[in-house]
Design a protein around this ligand. Structure first.
Ligand SMILES: [Zn+2]
Length: 301
């Protein structure tokens, strides 16, 4: 037993030294930028040690409304690849790209996602919150792998291996959520949140989310819409509400008070927590949300 340990501890540093020597092209780290933390985490899962990822929007930040600083412009200029989710999420990005002098490749990670649209103020809009279903994040991973391999072909085999491992994780996360929700009666699968960010989650797990604010946090709820929502919550007997880590909770609390819905806690909708929080990676964020929502439904049934 002890002999094996000695052998391993000697062999490990040797292997690292050999591989670094054998592949000088991969010694340099590829600098990339991602628009927000959820995407940045998935990029770093695929990129592994070959890639240095900077998220422009910080943890707990709102990716719809963001005011880039000169430091963000500097990060972008130094990057070879700029990842956005797309579908109208990052309305601030084009200006930042133009102002920064970025010379690299821009990649829309959500290209190829089976999107959903919804009616908002009489207009049909496409829902940008694709990451709230791991099925869509599998599309992200495929696009990220392709883009990283094009920017750093020497490390393509590692990107492929990382992507395959992470795809398996996403399948397991999807199976986990189905195991939690599929046994709950569909009439019980209803919750109130701050803004319409769980459409893809709702589609995959047949959960109904009601929200006073539309799919972008830039819009404001009108008094008439709020009144209508309160009636709807009462009629559909929605018993739990959640607030969001990246949004002002006041409106949803006010609505909950008018309807008698109880607080279910905080959901991580479009921003990871910092390292000390419960949602410091996409996987943790998704599982945390699933647990919170399923627990609230179990309590109210
Ligand atoms: Zn949103």
């Amino acid at each position: 037993m002890s002999r094996t340990r000695v052998f391993l501890s000697l062999a490990a540093p040797l292997m690292i030294a050999t591989s670094a020597f054998a592949a000088p092209a991969s010694a340099e780290t590829l600098k990339v930028v991602a628009s927000f933390t959820v995407l940045a985490d998935v990029v770093s899962q695929v990129g592994g040690s070959h890639v240095e990822v900077t998220s422009l929007v910080p943890p707990n930040g709102d990716p719809h409304e963001f005011e880039p600083t000169p430091t963000d412009a500097k990060h972008l200029k130094a990057a070879k690849v700029n990842f956005v989710s797309g579908i109208g999420l990052e309305g601030w990005m084009d200006r930042l790209v133009a102002a920064s002098g970025f010379q690299g490749t821009s990649v829309t990670a959500s290209d190829g996602v089976n999107t959903r649209s919804m009616e908002e103020d009489g207009q049909t809009v496409t829902d940008p919150h694709v990451w709230n279903s791991p099925v869509n994040v599998k599309v992200w991973v495929a696009n990220i792998e392709k883009a990283l391999s094009a920017a750093d072909p020497a490390d393509a085999a590692d990107f492929k291996a990382n992507a395959e491992a992470y795809q398996k994780k996403l399948d397991a996360m999807n199976a986990y959520a189905h195991s939690k929700f599929d046994t709950i009666a569909e009439t019980q699968r209803k919750v109130l949140t701050s803004h319409d960010a769980f459409g893809y989650f709702g589609r995959e797990y047949k959960v109904t989310f009601l929200a006073p604010v539309g799919i972008s946090t830039e819009t404001e709820a009108s008094a008439a819409n709020v009144a209508k929502l309160i009636e709807q919550i009462k009629a559909e007997k929605v018993k739990t509400y959640f607030f969001e880590n990246s949004n002002d909770p006041r409106l949803v609390k006010q609505i909950a008070k008018a309807t008698g819905a109880k607080a279910g806690g905080e959901l991580y909708v479009e921003a990871l927590s910092d390292g000390r929080g419960p949602a410091s990676t996409y996987e943790k964020m998704f599982r945390y949300n699933v647990d919170q929502i399923a627990a609230a439904m179990a309590k109210s049934s």
